[in-house]
Structure formats: C-alpha cells, structure tokens
Design a protein. Structure first.
Length: 263
C-alpha cells in the first residue's frame, strides 16, 4: 500500500486528481479501448472532482473515452431527488465534463428486481473488461461504499440495510428528519473494489483519523472494511495531515520517508 500525506484537503485533492488524470492520459483511451473509472460520492471526493473538472476545462484531460461505474445508490429514492447519488454525480461532476451519458453507470435503486440489478451491474463491469482505477472515500467507521462494519470482505454488488449510525449521519441531508432517510442502498462489494487494477482512496479530516489508523496500520478486519486494501497489489491512500492524528510517529515518518525516497 502506498500512502500519500498532504498538508491539507486542497493539496490532497490536487494530488489525487493529478494521479487520476495521469492514469487516464497515460492509457490513451479510445472508443474501442476506453478507460474504466470507479466513482464515489460523499464530501471527501468533492475537491478531487473539482480539480478534474478544472483539468478538463483547461484542456489537460478528456472523458470522451472514459466509462464510469459508481459505487452505490439509495433504494427507493427518486433519481431526480437532490440527495440521490445520480443527482450528486451529475451536479458535481458529470455535467461539467465531456463524458458521454451512455458511458455513465449508476445503480438503479428503483429497479423492479434489485437482486438482478446488482447481478447485471457486476456483469456490466466484467463485460467492460474490469475497472482500471476505482476512486473511493472512507467513512469515519472505516467503511468503503456502503460496506459498513461487519460486511464480508469478499462481498459483491448487493442490497445493504444501512446501520443506524449511517442513517443518523445522513439525516443532515434530509432536513434532519430520520423518516426521510433511505434505510437501504445498493452498493458494490469489497470484492468488487478489490478486482480493480488500482484503487485510490481519499481520506481527510480529524474525524477520519481513527479509520485511517485501522486502514493502514491495523489488522485487516470486517469491522473496518477499507482495511482490506492492505491486500490490494496497487492501492493508494491519499490523506491530509488532520487524518493522520492517530497514527504513531513511526508510521507517519515511515510513509513520509518512503515518498521522499529515503526508504
């Protein structure tokens, strides 16, 4: 696992965006051989998306030959609802770049057969040739996508009932009304993410410090599902200084020295 420590959220987001842009440009994607990008939602990747938009606007990057697969979506929430992940992605990213709408894949939480929707999503990823780079954020409890504590570390795309803590946390997006918060979601599994050729996780803020400690310096555990990335052959965690607050001094210095070429 590679760990990048940046001074603040802005620099963390820029480093992550630079890496994503370099990966896409280096692949020289074509219509016949597109680049497949996994996309997260949430507050953590907003800076990353803004920087990718800036790169598109400056002519440094094109998404014409990029196919995206999103991590998750709420169940029984209209796609046009302002808090749906369809809305999130189009409002914060897709509407600002040159991606083709037919190349965007987001789980349908209103599908008549949710089990089949999940199975079809896995098949769509396989048919596309797998995901080249899966971007991700992480929750304060170390969850990746909606793979909350207790989720299988080999899980695939499926229906998940959300934990009470997640529902309470998400209520801020629904006027603080718990009754309005969806109680289920469709989510890619940890196994789905692990199948990607590369994974890039962004982690910022003191409230994520405990999660970061478990992810990069703890044991692999279903209680901190993102810790499974320790087993990925090409995983990168990009974090800011605040997220490092619970790392040991030795661990913190180790990763800094590694990036400086001292190790």
């Amino acid at each position: 696992m590679r760990v990048i420590i940046e001074p603040d959220y802005e620099k963390m987001s820029k480093w992550a965006a630079d890496y994503v842009a370099h990966s896409i440009n280096e692949a020289k994607p074509t219509a016949e051989k597109p680049f497949k990008l996994g996309c997260p939602t949430g507050s953590s990747p907003l800076g990353l998306y803004k920087e990718l938009i800036r790169k598109y606007e400056s002519g440094e990057l094109s998404f014409q030959n990029v196919i995206t697969f999103n991590m998750d979506e709420y169940v029984n929430l209209d796609q046009n609802h302002p808090e749906s992940y369809h809305s999130f992605m189009w409002n914060n990213f897709f509407s600002h770049i040159d991606i083709k709408p037919e190349n965007v894949h987001i789980l349908d939480g209103n599908a008549k057969d949710l089990v089949k929707e999940c199975e079809d999503y896995e098949k769509a990823i396989r048919d596309a040739g797998g995901i080249d780079l899966f971007m991700g954020g992480v929750g304060p409890d170390g969850h990746l996508a909606f793979n909350e504590p207790g989720s299988s570390l080999t899980s695939r795309t499926r229906i998940k009932t959300l934990a009470t803590d997640t529902i309470i946390a998400n209520s801020r997006f629904f006027d603080g009304d718990l009754s309005k918060v969806p109680t289920q979601a469709l989510t890619v599994g940890i196994g789905t993410v692990m199948d990607a050729k590369e994974v890039l996780l962004v982690c910022n803020g003191h409230h994520k410090a405990r999660a970061l400690k478990h992810i990069i310096d703890g044991d692999i555990s279903h209680k901190w599902t993102a810790s499974m990335l320790q087993m990925h052959p090409k995983a990168i965690v990009v974090c800011d200084e605040a997220a490092c607050d619970e790392l040991t001094v030795a661990t913190y210095k180790y990763y800094l020295d590694k990036e400086r070429g001292n190790l």
